[in-house]
Design a protein around this ligand. Structure first.
Ligand SMILES: [Zn+2]
Length: 328
């Protein structure tokens, strides 16, 4: 794709979320105000076999559906209304499966475009190494406009990934492509991020690309143990996502949220569990981690530590809605 073709593609792309008020779910567009209580980082299905072999033919979609559905019904019964499914392309993203699950569970599900450059690039297709940022952005803009994998299902966000430390060449390119896709489509940028150094490096790239930091979600911020970096990135206007809530990490996540509250940055915080994971290749999908711990344990613990209902609403409803409607 030439620079001129790229610009034409950008001009033709709809301002997916810029008009505000509407978010693309796997079952079609909905009013942002209807998203409700949202789990901002979960997975239904993942296949770690690598970009060279990943394929829907490697699993039985009906079996994955049957395995995941009770877990989605469970969180719906606990008041959850939207689940953000963060499995990217080449790691088992399956919009068709998600649409079936959404219809059966009534849960709204959001899916993504973009490429995952973490894990030493095992999940990147060959063209990610050869194409320039505009060419990659053009692919993601096309997915935002036409839908994913021939399903007509549109992404609500980008999911990229970068390793810890300074950005590698290809990781930096993914961030630039994401910034340009954001400018064309309004889609927010979720980035699986190894640590605080990588988070700050991405912030610098986004600023150089003139992308607003309110479009950037620092995924797995809990990987950075220095809470001063969470505060620093939150103050710059980016989203800080503590998304690994589990029984073992509950205290750490509580501490991270409370530190952000102390810094008056609760309006930049997202929480989720990174749970689920029907593992393709394991018998019956292996161990599927339930998505309910936030509701049964984490929110009660936050209340016990002094968070008000107003603040819980901010973290579980308002912040997610703002992520998908322009981030301000
Ligand atoms: Zn994840």
């Amino acid at each position: 794709m030439t620079r001129r073709e790229f610009l034409i593609a950008v001009a033709a792309a709809p301002a997916v979320q810029k008009r505000g008020g509407t978010v693309s779910t796997v079952a079609g567009p909905v009013a942002a105000a209807s998203l409700g209580v949202t789990l901002t980082h979960e997975h239904v299905l993942v296949d770690f076999v690598g970009a060279d072999r990943v394929s829907p033919s490697r699993y039985d979609r009906d079996a994955a559906f049957a395995r995941a559905l009770p877990h989605l019904e469970r969180i719906y019964s606990l008041g959850c209304r939207t689940l953000v499914e963060c499995t990217p392309a080449y790691l088992g993203r399956d919009p068709e499966l998600l649409r079936r699950l959404s219809r059966a569970s009534k849960l709204r599900i959001l899916t993504n475009t973009g490429y995952y450059g973490a894990a030493d690039d095992k999940f990147l297709p060959p063209h990610a190494f050869t194409e320039d940022p505009d060419q990659l952005a053009a692919r993601w803009i096309r997915e935002a406009r036409e839908g994913l994998d021939g399903t007509g299902i549109r992404p609500a966000f980008m999911k990229i990934g970068v390793d810890a430390g300074p950005l590698s060449d290809v990781d930096g390119k993914l961030v630039r492509a994401a910034a340009r896709t954001h400018r064309a489509t309004g889609l927010p940028i979720y980035s699986h991020t190894g640590n605080g150094v990588a988070a700050l490096a991405q912030v610098a790239v986004l600023e150089a690309e003139r992308a607003p930091l309110s479009a950037f979600v620092w995924v797995h911020a809990q990987n950075e143990s220095d809470q001063a970096v969470h505060v620093q990135v939150g103050r710059r206007g980016a989203w800080v996502s503590f998304d690994g809530v589990s029984a073992q990490s509950l205290e750490r996540h509580l501490g991270n949220v409370l530190a952000m509250r102390e810094a008056r940055l609760l309006d930049r915080v997202l929480v989720s569990q990174d749970a689920g994971w029907y593992h393709v290749g394991e018998p019956d999908g292996g161990t599927y981690r339930p998505h309910d711990l936030i509701f049964t344990d984490f929110l009660p613990a936050l209340r016990a530590r002094g968070l008000t209902e107003r603040e819980i609403t901010q973290v579980m409803i308002e912040n997610p809605r703002r992520v998908f409607t322009g981030g301000q």
